[in-house]
Write a protein that binds this ligand. Structure first.
Ligand SMILES: [Zn+2]
Length: 143
């Protein structure tokens, strides 16, 4: 799909998120802005716009992987709740935002927002957190 940054995986995508890994049905990205500690995106390989456009096997595989990412985030960051968001108004490629929420953190008790102060990690910290997430995901998925 032309002009979709999840398909192109170009600098538009890399400006806001760092690749974590490629799974069977999806790719996992770690948001550069860690205002919500542990925030990730899971994007389906294939460009589909709507949930009902996925084949059953694809949908099951995608959500199995989405659950594994959420599980890994829960283990690593101990959020009080994880929010899952699917929008796609502007970038229609099917992807799920995994947004850990903390009782004393931003947006608790309401929908998360991209506003507020950015929390950017140093390149070293970013690499460390991604490595940790890769390891945890491997253990959870048994790969
Ligand atoms: Zn796409």
């Amino acid at each position: 799909m032309e002009n979709c940054f999840y398909c192109a995986r170009d600098k538009r995508l890399l400006a806001i998120m760092e690749p974590v890994c490629r799974l069977d049905w999806s790719r996992v990205y770690f948001l550069r802005n860690q205002r919500h500690r542990g925030r990730c995106v899971v994007a389906l390989h294939r460009h589909v716009r709507e949930l009902y456009e996925m084949e059953p096997e694809e949908r099951n595989g995608f959500f199995r992987e989405t659950a594994a990412v959420a599980h890994a985030i829960a283990c690593l960051y101990k959020p009080d709740k994880i929010n899952y968001a699917v929008y796609g108004d502007l970038v229609s490629h099917y992807h799920v935002h995994i947004v850990p929420k903390y009782k004393n953190g931003p947006d608790w008790g309401g929908p998360f927002s991209d506003g507020g102060e950015e929390r950017l990690l140093t390149p070293e910290d970013l690499r460390g957190e991604i490595r940790q997430l890769q390891d945890k995901l491997q253990r959870i998925l048994g790969t």
